[in-house]
Ligand binder design. Structure first.
Ligand SMILES: C[S@@+](CC[C@H](N)C(=O)[O-])C[C@H]1O[C@@H](n2cnc3c(N)ncnc32)[C@H](O)[C@@H]1O
Length: 300
């Protein structure tokens, strides 16, 4: 998976970090500026609660083309001493390849990053745990050295092991971030992923692929995440609940009012305000983006 996504001929290396958002898959920031505007409201309160630090840095990791911080930048008051920095390992329009080693007075955001981090695949059998490998393009199941003491997995259950994703969160917390906010699709438990299946998917230009081993490097490979495999202590909400908590509905109402007042001779802003209605529908959709999970760690 690492080679297929980030190797020399990998999906993200050859398409650039913007690849997926140019049409392979629509993420919340790519729906429109409303998502960033709501996050900016949350950031404003977190900044004040932190005692208004100056500077205060917001990193978006796995930023792709940097759309999220662009819309946050538009929504936030110009007087705020905030630094907005994009981080992405793939080439593209971003500031950093990696997070710095000290993250005091920093918030780290990651939208649909963890699902794209290489994972292992294991299956519980009567005689122990087996792990999926690929040899000469074929699937091979071998006894796995992994221990699953913490995770409940019934016999026959197959799940992703999110070691890299979990290590990334732990490492980011170790660097002293004030808050880490991860947004992704998945479930709260690994057992739930095992029972519902279908957690490994491939995409290209809105098309679902079938076999993750087909055309290596030409398809995005993703997994649902399981919160119980990430560091403990996070507050977990659905994206819909989070966006409502931070006022998406009042931003939509403001958009409607502006549109009504300008509908006779609409300017560009009027069209942008009207588009909040459709953006909110997509962002809150209980069968889609609204069901994504938001995990927040607030050390200290
Ligand atoms: C699905 S895209 C999400 C893009 C953007 N966050 C959005 O929501 O539209 C995942 C991005 O994560 C980046 N990525 C994957 N692993 C990473 C890592 N370890 N550090 C930084 N970026 C990473 C990929 O290059 C890709 O641009």
């Amino acid at each position: 998976m690492d080679a297929c996504l980030y190797g020399t001929d990998g999906f993200y290396s050859t398409r650039g970090s913007a690849g997926r958002s140019r049409g392979d898959f629509i993420t919340s920031p790519e729906v429109g500026p409303l998502f960033g505007a709501v996050i900016a409201r949350a950031l404003e309160q977190w900044w004040q609660e932190a005692g208004c630090p100056d500077p205060w840095t917001i990193y978006d990791v796995g930023a792709g083309p940097g759309t999220l911080l662009r819309s946050i930048g538009v929504a936030v008051a110009e007087t705020r001493p905030w630094e907005l920095k994009n981080v992405d390992i793939a080439s593209g329009d971003h500031d950093l390849a990696e997070l710095p080693s000290a993250l005091d007075n920093c918030v780290v955001l990651a939208n649909e990053l963890l699902d794209n981090m290489p994972f292992r695949v294991v299956e519980r059998r009567d005689d122990g745990l087996y792990e999926l490998f690929v040899a000469d393009g074929e699937r091979v199941w071998r006894p796995s050295p992994v221990r699953l003491e913490q995770l409940e997995l019934p016999v026959g259950g197959q799940v992703p092991l999110l070691e890299q994703a979990s290590a990334w969160v732990a490492n980011t917390l170790d660097r002293g971030a004030s808050r880490v906010v991860v947004i992704d699709y998945g479930a709260t438990t690994t057992a739930e992923l095992a029972s519902r299946g279908g957690w490994l998917r491939t995409y290209r230009q809105h098309q679902r692929g079938h076999d993750p081993l087909a055309e290596p490097g030409r398809w995005d490979i993703t997994t649902d995440i399981a919160v119980d495999q990430l560091p403990s202590g996070s507050i977990v909400t659905s994206q819909a609940d989070f966006l409502r908590r931070w006022g998406i509905e009042s931003l939509v109402a403001e958009g409607k009012d502006y549109w009504m007042a300008h509908a006779a001779a609409p300017d560009l802003k009027a069209f942008r305000m009207r588009s909040r209605i459709a953006e909110a529908e997509a962002l809150l959709d209980p069968a889609g983006l609204g069901s994504w999970l938001i995990c927040q760690w607030m050390p200290g």
